[in-house]
Design a protein around this ligand. Structure first.
Ligand SMILES: CC(C)(COP(=O)(O)OP(=O)(O)OC[C@H]1O[C@@H](n2cnc3c(N)ncnc32)[C@H](O)[C@@H]1OP(=O)(O)O)[C@@H](O)C(=O)NCCC(=O)NCCS
Length: 490
């Protein structure tokens, strides 16, 4: 049990979630977006050149489905999340930097298929293939050994006049591997000269010759291509205005193109087991880099630079995992590590429009007798007492603070979305209700609970009794329910 009221940064890794957990069902259900969409009867409809998604039939066969509330819940919740993110990001540009080892993986065709699907459903997809390991192989075949620029930030391979043609060969080979599978998915793609480069010049007395850096991204050309629904592929080569080729690190190209196009997301897709951290702020990212305690130095440095360049969300994911991009994109919790600069989760006061969401959270818990039954009218009546916790604009937890006089407040109706338990949301919402009570100058908060006493104890609440409750509350205490009383002095 984590003690802090901080947002969670760690999560269960693949395989650690029990099968019956709704989140496991959600994750499992993501296996192949197309399989998912067809399974629930969503069909893509093209209308006047615009891609619209329309639910023509929700084939949730209640009769044949396992009829538990949790299973219904996770499937419906999954559909909600997909639509939420689809409408939120449609038409936006996303850049995918894909390390070369991912291209060699058996799951690579599936990954490209998912990128094609994103392009078909209205996202603007840009691919920046890595080629480092492929270049290594080609140079080795020609008995050429690489040297690197002095290790300053990230060392760069020195590309000489002798090696540039081999580097070009390997870079274009890596790009054309994407072409092959995108053609299979019937999506237009273009390997293009969108990068103007200039030479790195002489560093510490060493002429770096054909080693280049991004001078300019031809944004207009890229935008034209993207507006046609075509996927541009940018190999790690740039050209000077006179046509001289330079080898430019693909990380740098991904960064520059994300910045130039105002991409909303940069995906850094690796062939490494993911970090055991779901979310990082740029400050946390910097700390992690400086601590030298991670195998993700290069990726985190790129992510940090991208966040400083204005990309709000950078996702580091393991490209070997089936459907990793789709899972990361369409689920609030994702599967990789997200470096974010915009607001991800927040607690705010309840608005009337939140009523359906709050009832959705509370209903299964009321049915199980974990929460006292409250009607929509009763919640509305006390609406100023309620707070909600949103993740990416969706309500995922709620709670209320009722003032019973005698300087005491009751923390009640605490509920976390079943797909989001054990991620610290409950602690966060209770923490904010305690802060609210302190601001209201209350001296004590209490809870009445039937099955969550241990949880409240872990948050510092102490076993108490009915006599400690304010008189008004004692009058309505339900003897039959026999809830335990726990209190916290403020
Ligand atoms: C209790 C509840 C709000 C916790 O929500 P949550 O968002 O999962 O909580 P957190 O993520 O902050 O804490 C999770 C931790 O508490 C533990 N926990 C969850 N419910 C618990 C319970 N009833 N008793 C003891 N521990 C519990 C989890 O095992 C987890 O432990 P870990 O951190 O060691 O892995 C949620 O389970 C819920 O909605 N319960 C039903 C409603 C209820 O009882 N509300 C309280 C009365 S108002």
């Amino acid at each position: 049990m984590r003690n802090s009221m901080e947002p969670p940064t760690h999560r269960s890794r693949k395989g650690e979630v029990p099968e019956k957990h709704p989140q496991a069902a959600l994750t499992k259900s993501f296996t192949g977006f197309s399989r998912f969409t067809s399974s629930i009867g969503i069909r893509k409809i093209c209308f006047r050149g615009k891609t619209l998604w329309k639910v023509i039939l929700f084939r949730i066969k209640i009769k044949t489905m396992d009829n538990t509330m949790e299973n219904n819940y996770s499937q419906v919740d999954l559909i909600r999340e997909v639509f939420h993110y689809q409408s939120r990001f449609e038409g936006s540009t996303m850049v995918f930097k894909i390390d070369y080892p991912v291209i060699e993986e058996p799951g690579f065709p599936g990954l490209v298929k998912d990128l094609a699907l994103l392009a078909k459903t209205g996202f603007k997809v840009v691919i920046v293939p890595g080629a480092k390991e492929n270049i290594d192989v080609v140079l080795k075949q020609h008995d050429i050994e690489s040297t690197y620029t002095p290790a300053d930030d990230v060392p760069v391979r020195i590309t000489t006049a002798q090696t540039i043609s081999y580097v070009e060969m390997a870079a274009f080979n890596s790009a054309s591997r994407f072409m092959t599978f995108l053609s299979g998915s019937r999506v237009d793609a273009l390997i293009g000269n969108f990068v103007r480069a200039r030479g790195l010049g002489v560093i510490n007395g060493i002429d770096t010759e054909h080693t280049g850096t991004v001078d300019k991204i031809y944004t207009d050309s890229l935008t034209k291509v993207l507006n046609l629904g075509t996927i541009p592929i940018l190999p790690c080569i740039g050209w000077s205005p006179s046509g001289k080729p330079y080898n430019v690190p693909s990380d740098e190209i991904a960064l520059s193109v994300s910045k130039a196009l105002g991409a909303i997301k940069l995906f850094i897709i690796t062939a490494k087991d993911g970090m055991n951290v779901t979310r990082l702020t740029p400050q946390e990212t910097e700390k992690l880099i400086n601590s030298n305690s991670t195998l993700f130095q290069r990726e985190l440095k790129l992510a940090l630079k991208a966040s400083q360049a204005g990309v709000h969300r950078i996702h580091i994911i393991d490209g070997r995992e089936e459907g990793a991009v789709i899972k990361e994109l369409y689920s609030n919790l994702g599967v990789g590590t997200m470096i974010y600069t915009d607001e991800y989760d927040s607690i705010r006061a309840f608005h009337s429009r939140d009523l359906p969401d709050v009832l959705r959270l509370m209903e299964p818990l009321m049915q199980k007798g974990l929460l006292i039954r409250r009607s929509a009218e009763q919640i509305q009546e006390k609406k100023n007492d309620y707070s909600v916790l949103e993740i990416d604009g969706s309500v995922r937890a709620c709670g209320a603070l009722h003032d019973w006089g005698e300087n005491q407040g009751e923390i009640a109706a605490v509920a976390t979305d079943p797909g989001y338990t054990d991620h610290g949301l409950g602690k966060k919402i209770v923490g904010s209700l305690i802060e609210k009570a302190k601001k209201a100058k209350l001296k004590r908060v209490f809870v009445l609970t039937t099955q969550s006493q241990d949880w409240f104890e872990s948050l510092g609440f102490k076993d108490s009794n009915i006599e400690s409750l304010p008189q008004q509350k004692r009058k309505v205490y339900d003897q039959a329910r026999n809830s335990k009383v726990f209190g916290l002095e403020l």
